[in-house]
Design a protein around this ligand. Structure first.
Ligand code: NAG
Ligand code: NAG
Ligand code: NAG
Ligand code: NAG
Length: 349
């Protein structure tokens, strides 16, 4: 052990002393180092994207806000959202973080691998689904609460509307806690992974039969798309297991019905989203061109608006292609100059 430390000290001494004396090679080293860093930066996603004037403005604004929030977190670690438990930081982030608000409104390419059962807010389930007539609160033999719209012969059930009357205005919170892990003191409620994992799994048993009730299946997934739309997500890849659905007359639908239902929901949502987008575009176009386009028909105006949308889309697509080309080019250069790069690396070490 002594020997190890001794060698290490010598090594440090050697590095420092040689760095101090050889300032010329130091400058050379720094120049090559910066070159290497620049090359690496060029490999980052978005490195080849050229921002226009307006985008540069937004980017600067965003960076300023981000730096401010990071600095605030550094000064007040107890309020540093990325550094505290999610349960404690979430509402603070939603209330105070301008970065979060900006990100929420920004257009987003895709939500991938979205597990539908966990895709809508528990608050909404408590506010909306819990008020669907016929909902039962059943308790299985092992004590797990199962919410369902069909009578379970082997379980003791009460109706949710009765429970609501008992608890009054507090009921939504109680109901929500059945499928939300929140605890004001998570470190006490879940001392180890085992507790939180068990609780997490139970939540899905609790809510599972509710979602397979056809009327709820529809509102649930509709709301999922609504939330994605509000977050400005443009594409979603959802994950779900296909189970038979049931309705108020206890009719059972084969599992493939879920696909038909989802396709239908998607179609309706697209129609509404398109309408909303058109409306926004029309508003903008009207503002910009009202003076210029006196006497022009709405139809023509719409055509011009759509052309603009297309133009923007094409520009974005071109940027992505350019980025890909840049990346390929970078890789090619890297391969070609493999030897000099190796040298740079060796110099650093
Ligand atoms: C955020 O705002 C909500 C609603 O106004 C409030 O109940 C909550 O206490 C606030 N949270 C924080 C951390 O300020
Ligand atoms: C639940 O949400 C659906 C779809 O948004 C809506 O049509 C329905 O009225 C809501 N129900 C309640 C009880 O809020
Ligand atoms: C569900 O039923 C159980 C057993 O009767 C009861 O303890 C619990 O408070 C009920 N929960 C809700 C959210 O209705
Ligand atoms: C859906 O599944 C049922 C039962 O497995 C089958 O009879 C039916 O043909 C399927 N429908 C479609 C459209 O594939």
């Amino acid at each position: 052990m002594f020997r190890g430390r001794f060698t290490f000290t010598i090594l440090i001494f050697f590095i420092f002393s040689s760095a101090a004396t050889a300032s010329e090679s130091n400058a050379d080293y720094l120049a090559r180092r910066s070159e290497l860093l620049q090359m690496e930066d060029g490999l980052r996603l978005g490195a080849g994207v050229k921002l226009n004037e307006k985008e540069i403005k937004v980017n600067n604004l965003f960076k300023t806000l981000k730096d401010k929030e990071l600095l605030n977190g550094y000064i007040n670690p107890e309020r540093n959202v990325p550094g505290i438990h999610f349960f404690k930081g979430k509402s603070q982030m939603e209330n105070d973080s301008r970065v979060f608000r900006l990100l929420k409104n920004m257009p987003k390419g895709a939500a991938l691998n979205l597990h539908t059962m966990a895709s809508v807010s528990s608050e909404w389930i408590a506010q909306n689904i819990s008020r669907t007539p016929g909902l039962l609160n059943c308790t299985s033999k092992d004590g797990t609460i199962i919410l369902t719209f069909r009578k379970k012969t082997n379980m003791a059930c009460t109706t949710v509307s009765e429970e609501r009357e008992k608890y009054g205005s507090e009921y939504d919170k109680l109901f929500e806690s059945l499928f939300n892990l929140y605890s004001p003191t998570p470190e006490v409620t879940y001392p180890t992974k085992k507790e939180i994992w068990n609780r997490y799994k139970t939540m899905y048993y609790t809510i599972f039969d509710v979602i397979n009730y056809l009327p709820v299946f529809r509102t649930f997934h509709w709301h999922m798309l609504e939330q994605l739309y509000d977050d400005n997500v443009m594409y979603a890849e959802i994950r779900l297991d296909f189970f038979p659905l049931y309705d108020e007359n206890n009719k059972i639908y084969p599992a493939n019905q879920t696909i038909i239902e989802l396709k239908d929901i998607e179609k309706k949502m697209k129609k509404i989203a398109m309408k909303k987008t058109n409306k926004i575009m029309m508003k903008k176009m009207k503002k910009i061109t009202m003076k210029k386009m006196k006497g022009i028909t709405m139809k023509k105006m719409k055509r011009i608006a759509m052309k603009r949308v297309k133009k923007i889309a094409v520009r974005r697509a071109k940027q992505i292609v350019t980025k890909r080309k840049d990346m390929k080019e970078n890789m090619r250069i890297k391969r070609k100059e493999k030897d000099p790069n190796m040298k740079i690396l060796m110099n650093i070490i």
